[in-house]
Ligand binder design. Structure first.
Ligand SMILES: [Zn+2]
Length: 364
């Protein structure tokens, strides 16, 4: 029989944590140094480094020596972008999550969509959620400033991460450890889109939008989008725009899609709530969500949309050309919140170009 601890966590007969209460998640995982999956203390078993992006991905896209840009604008090599994890959990993740996903994700967009349609959504979603969670946990260890005179605060401290926001995602990505059932409502928005890669030689993109818990991952000509705490509401909100996308998106357009997901999530009037239900004697757990009766949004704050889109495309700003606008004016137009890379003035999808005017009109 499972048991419940004082703080509300649930343990199995072996003392392994089936469910981390918010309190225990905060003390042991988010603010502690235990294995981020099983919660083992570093002194209690063998630990090794878990890459935030799995090794097969680093190999396949030749990323070991490439860098990721951190929220403070500095960079770190993907190859050294790791979080502590016990060896057992690392092996388990490899066999249950990484190996099957590496095979599916190598087969192209149609195979991924077939896999998802045939019941594989949770696996892909968990895989993306693990990357999002690990990236944020890593920010606890990275200094905001390399110049020590500017203080020794971490990125996580500087950006005021509210770790309770990640409690649900932590519970969900552990479902392959705990065998918890995950109800469909507990899974957030998810989308795949084919990508037109004519505008880039890179084969890989990763965008994490902390506010809005949204993540974009591009692997070659496939882009994957996920929101981790919206119970599908961003997808409902964005669907009318998404339906107008009639071909592969380019790398700026896909960044607009993920920033719109985050924007919709931020603007939700009533948020879903998540919980894990148990039967201690039947040794059963289930992750569920309570959805509001309808998806309702606050009035759009254009500056929020603008900031998110700017954050997502900032790296490419020098290469974006808009007739009649200087680079600072392009930046201001994006920050204004009305800018779109996706659609012409008449609302039709822009195919195969990245050069747009200030309203996204195609220039040839
Ligand atoms: Zn572990």
């Amino acid at each position: 029989m499972w048991t419940k601890t004082k703080d509300g966590s649930v343990l199995n007969e072996a003392g392994e944590v089936i469910f981390f209460s918010t309190e225990r998640f905060l003390s042991d995982i988010a603010l502690g140094d235990c294995c981020f999956l099983c919660g083992a203390n570093p002194g209690s078993k063998e630990f090794n480094n878990e890459h935030i992006l799995p090794r097969w991905l680093l190999r396949r896209y030749d990323l070991f020596d490439r860098t990721i840009t951190l929220p403070n604008g500095t960079t770190i090599r993907y190859g050294s972008y790791t979080v502590p994890c016990c060896k057992d959990c690392n092996s388990l993740m490899g066999s249950v999550v990484e190996t099957p996903l590496s095979e599916i994700l190598n087969k192209g967009c149609d195979a991924i969509n077939d896999f998802i349609r045939d019941g594989g959504l949770l696996k892909v979603y968990v895989w993306m959620g693990l990357i999002f969670l690990k990236a944020h946990l890593k920010d606890r260890a990275l200094k905001m400033h390399r110049d020590q005179r500017l203080g020794d605060a971490t990125i996580a401290q500087t950006f005021y991460y509210d770790w309770t926001d990640l409690h649900h995602l932590h519970s969900l990505v552990r479902c392959f450890v705990t065998n918890a059932t995950v109800e469909r409502e507990a899974v957030g928005s998810f989308l795949t889109l084919p990508v037109n890669t004519k505008d880039t030689d890179d084969k890989f993109d990763l965008v994490n939008l902390t506010v809005g818990q949204s993540m974009l991952l591009r692997l070659g000509n496939i882009s994957l989008y996920a929101v981790f705490d919206d119970s599908g509401a961003a997808m409902v909100t964005c669907n009318p725009r998404l339906e107008k996308i009639t071909g592969p998106v380019n790398t700026l357009q896909m960044r607009e899609v993920i920033s719109d997901f985050a924007c919709a999530n931020i603007h939700l009037k009533d948020r879903p709530t998540f919980m894990t239900q148990f039967s201690l004697d039947q040794k059963f757990s289930r992750i569920v969500a309570n959805r509001p009766p309808a998806v309702l949004l606050h009035e759009l704050d254009k500056s929020v949309r603008g900031r998110l889109l700017f954050l997502a495309v900032d790296h490419a700003l020098d290469n974006i050309r808009v007739e009649g606008l200087s680079q600072p004016e392009i930046a201001d137009a994006i920050k204004g919140g009305d800018f779109t890379f996706l659609f012409n003035k008449d609302g039709s999808f822009i195919k195969d170009v990245i050069i747009t005017d200030d309203h996204g009109e195609q220039k040839t």
